[in-house]
Design a binder for this molecule. Structure first.
Ligand code: HEC
Ligand code: HEC
Length: 445
């Protein structure tokens, strides 16, 4: 072995190395960086479990993960046959949860705003959905914020951008608000985690029904029996059990096949040199790790970074500057200190849909990185004192911006989300959408 290489090994990692296992200094640097910011001091902290490793995935307190629940939830999430509470008959049976959480769009809507009831069309990825002509804007199922990706949502204790759902964690001390101004949060009184509490309401808000028709005509009764045999029969086929099944499915949506995960598990060739430099920046100079924490790179914390709201986009439907969603956590807690602070979202598979932040104000990951690098809030309605002290100019070079962008685009993209999509749903309907235009675009006819 060349003696200089041998000396380099000694200097870099403090041990000698043999010719065939020569460590790449960049791998060593990334390992060291990760260990230095890991709360447990090791790299395991950042590794996601496999999607069927139910013991390692965070479970709901009252909703232990089972295969039967995940299988049922996997159907219900895509089942356009549940869409029976539409405002007009031409909307009925045309949408599902996955209309706004499209797997190929990283479980986001593939456009700046999700439209379920009252929308038509799909395009390739959800991008060409539009308003049906007989629906008025206030009759559509749309919200004044971009749908959050539900990937790795098992790590989210309090769901939505404001974190209003869930009886525990960030919401301890907010009990007096539950159901007060926003009846949807009444479900927090059931003592459930964010997902299980939210999805009870989600079915209602998104105009979906689980009734005799769904159970007996579409044929879901047996799957409920298999999943919830421990529930008394009169409680087995309810919004609660439907929520438990959907929540179990969502908890199984783990991006454990992303290249960064492979690298963490020891495959040094899984990511490129540029991505490794980007990862080092993420976990050091660029400070991203301060908010995007743990294996899901998210946090059950709320921070102000001053991005624009959805109402700032021309053409945004059924929203405006007084939309409560613009206020972030403060819109739920009604505390001044929480105004304009939003939950730190997970950032795996962001490359799948080019609409970033709660107001879809950015259209590429490079723009997102540039926004953090400039450290200048873009939304004039957000007072400076609400902006996080971690949001400031980063002084990254153009090359560093490229590397960090590469890391987000490629290392954090699980290329195999198809494994979470069912072959078919029990109704045999087209999904995620089932209106005539979507059916053509999705190849259902
Ligand atoms: C019309 C579009 C639309 C449909 C349909 C829809 N969602 Fe969402 N979803 C959203 C929006 C918008 C948000 C963010 C809401 C907010 O923060 O106020 C969201 C957020 C979520 C979250 C929170 C994720 C997090 O990290 O906090 C979950 C979970 C979720 N949706 C599950 C579902 C389920 C289950 C269904 C079907 C019952 C569904 N969604 C149907 C638009 C939609
Ligand atoms: C002060 C905490 C904080 C820091 C530091 C931070 N983020 Fe974020 N990040 C957030 C919050 C909060 C959001 C959601 C903001 C919103 O939409 O209002 C977000 C959103 C994002 C999104 C878009 C997610 C989506 O669903 O649209 C990406 C990508 C992202 N951050 C990457 C980064 C990168 C890269 C860095 C480092 C340069 C970084 N973040 C640093 C808190 C932070």
């Amino acid at each position: 072995m060349n003696k200089w290489i041998w000396i380099l090994c000694l200097v870099l990692i403090g041990q000698s190395c043999s010719e065939d296992s020569l460590p790449n200094p960049l791998d060593v640097k990334l390992q060291k960086t990760l260990r230095s910011v890991s709360p447990t001091g090791d790299m395991e902290h950042f590794i996601l479990p496999a999607s069927n490793d139910y013991a390692s995935i965070p479970n709901g307190r009252k909703n232990p993960l089972t295969e039967e629940k995940v299988e049922l939830g996997k159907m219900l999430f895509f089942e356009t046959g549940l869409a029976r509470d539409a405002v007009y008959s031409n909307g009925a049976g045309t949408y599902s949860c996955a209309t706004c959480h499209v797997p190929s769009a990283g479980y986001m809507p593939g456009r700046e705003q999700g439209i379920a009831d009252g929308g038509f069309g799909f395009g390739l990825n959800g991008e060409s959905r539009e308003q049906m002509s007989n629906y008025k804007a206030n009759e559509l199922d749309v919200q004044g914020a971009r749908p959050i990706s539900v990937l790795n949502v098992a790590y989210v204790t309090n769901t939505t951008w404001s974190g209003k759902f869930g009886a525990f964690d960030a919401n301890v001390g907010t009990e007096y608000l539950w159901g007060l101004d926003d009846p949807t949060t009444v479900t927090n009184h059931l003592g459930l985690d964010g997902l299980e509490a939210q999805n009870i309401e989600g079915l209602i808000v998104h105009r979906m029904v689980v009734d005799e028709y769904v159970l007996d005509t579409l044929g879901y009764r047996q799957m409920f029996d298999d999943a919830f045999g421990d529930f008394a029969e009169d409680e087995r086929y309810s919004l609660l059990t439907s929520s438990f099944a959907i929540s179990a499915y969502l908890r199984s949506l783990i991006t454990n096949e992303a290249p960064f995960q492979d690298w963490l598990k020891g495959d040094n060739d899984a990511i490129s040199e540029s991505e490794k430099r980007g990862a080092v920046l993420f976990y050091s100079k660029a400070g991203c790790y301060r908010c995007h924490q743990g294996p899901a790179m998210s946090a059950n914390e709320f921070h102000g970074i001053g991005v624009n709201d959805l109402c700032d986009l021309p053409g945004a439907l059924a929203t405006g500057i007084h939309d409560i969603r613009n206020m972030g956590r403060g819109g739920f807690t009604l505390q001044e200190e929480d105004l304009f602070k939003f939950k730190v979202p997970g950032i795996y598979n962001m490359a799948d849909s080019p609409f970033y932040f709660h107001g879809s104000s950015k259209n590429s990951l490079r723009e997102v990185v540039e926004y953090f690098n400039d450290g200048l809030p873009e939304n004039p309605r957000v007072p400076q004192e609400q902006i996080s002290s971690f949001f400031h100019p980063l002084n990254l070079s153009e090359g560093e911006i490229d590397d960090l962008t590469e890391f987000l685009e490629r290392s954090l993209r699980d290329p195999n989300l198809e494994r979470y999509v069912p072959e078919q749903v029990l109704s045999n309907n087209c999904f995620p959408n089932n209106d005539p235009i979507s059916r053509k675009e999705l190849g259902c006819e």
